[in-house]
Write a protein of this length. Structure first.
Length: 240
């Protein structure tokens, strides 16, 4: 992996972790869980758990391991706080749960499972190079690893939808929530730049699953970002 590509990846991870930290720190303050979609956080937790299976097979670097564990633990902490821990559980149940009503398991997770089972690099007859690179050595393990990775890509593309649904139901977004989503959009947009760069510099580079999923995810942000940047009121809320 060349140094330019490595820099792009590290910059994207740093940007994502920065906005992720500030968003989650804000909502871990007592009584400030209003506006966060628990269902979106559950989907992101599932994305990270299925994407980072290589943590059990191969060590790359301290940076790589720490960042992956950070994503998993931060998402798990938010899900735990909103589902179990007081005062966040009561605050979420009273102020957010009525509008956080999108059926995420039925309409997002299950379709992504079905798609990943039939559309992954293993079922397309591609080589084992990707899975072997991550320490997977058996045919069954190869299929499971590739299906989980494809599932994480598909699910990440739509994981933000419950948050968008909640904002539309609430008719407004708190400033921190809006900037969190803008930052996530920037994070994904930078990955598109990275894909273009790799396509121009690496012979035979191909990542169709990432390309299609990333494009869908980016499109989901466009409408929200447009309104957030052009129609914020004096308080920083977003009229919809």
């Amino acid at each position: 992996m060349n140094s330019s590509y490595n820099f792009c990846v590290r910059y994207n991870l740093t940007l994502f972790s920065h906005c992720f930290h500030h968003h989650h720190h804000h909502y871990l303050l007592p009584g400030l869980s209003i506006g966060i979609s628990l269902k979106a956080q559950e989907l992101y937790l599932l994305v990270f758990l299925t994407r980072y299976l290589d943590l059990a097979f191969k060590f790359y670097s301290i940076y790589n391991t720490v960042m992956k564990l950070f994503y998993i633990s931060a998402s798990a902490l938010i899900v735990y706080a909103l589902r179990v821990r007081e005062p966040w559980r009561s605050s979420y149940a009273t102020n957010t749960l009525p509008n956080d009503s999108f059926k995420h398991w039925l309409y997002l997770a299950l379709p992504c499972v079905a798609l990943a089972m039939v559309c992954n690099e293993s079922t397309w007859g591609l080589t084992w190079s990707s899975s072997r690179k991550h320490g997977v050595q058996t045919e069954v393990g190869h299929y499971i690893f590739e299906a989980c990775w494809a599932f994480s890509e598909y699910l990440e593309a739509v994981a933000i939808f419950p948050q968008i649904w909640l904002i539309h139901k609430n008719k407004s977004a708190e400033g921190i929530t809006g900037w969190y989503m803008v930052s996530l959009g920037a994070y994904r947009a930078l990955y598109i730049v990275n894909w273009i760069y790799r396509a121009m510099t690496e012979p035979h580079y191909s990542a169709w699953i990432s390309w299609i999923s990333g494009t869908i995810q980016t499109l989901l942000y466009i409408d929200f970002v447009y309104y957030f940047m052009t129609q914020r009121n004096a308080r920083g809320d977003l009229p919809l």
